[in-house]
Design a protein around this ligand. Sequence first.
Ligand code: SF4
Length: 192
Amino acid sequence: MSLSRRDFLKFGSATAAGVAVGSRGLDLAPVEAAATTLKIKEAKAFHGVCPYCAVGCAQLIYTKDNRIIDIEGDPDTPHTLGRLCPKGAATIQLSNNPLRPTKALYRAPGSDTWEEKPLEWMWDEIAKRVKAVRDATFVEVEKSKDGKDVVVNRTEGLANLGSACIDNEECYLLTKLMRTLGVVYLEHQARV
Ligand code: SF4
């Protein structure tokens, strides 16, 4: 079914009349397709790969006026046929996200009030505290069962929980950093 802009707008008001129309069996697929076509009209498409996990789903990244306006799964990809998981479908938020926090919230020990702090302050504070905990808990040598000294170079005072917001390369670098610090407790949950 081909849909003109006028038809699309007519469908738009019909949809506003209620979900009931949809539940009676109106096929909304052409409307959705038309909405996407309008959105990406005159946009340039670039091939990309979702950065989040090793599935490596291919994406089409649409730009207009040097700005990413849409990211979709690439239908020519044999292993996904254009599909993306919810996380991959939201990758546009890596570039455009007006909700992204630009300040840290800090609650001092014993306080019941959150204060806004610059991100640079938070990074310095985290670095200071990681260093202090590592210095206080680092173990260089441990006795084995048969009484021999074994070099372990580890800290059990720190742990690392990976984030759903970090991509493959960031995961790699974070793991390297943690192993360098001697952190042995590393965990990750890709969708939290
Ligand atoms: S996060 Fe989702 S969309 Fe991205 S590569 Fe992995 S499975 Fe594919």
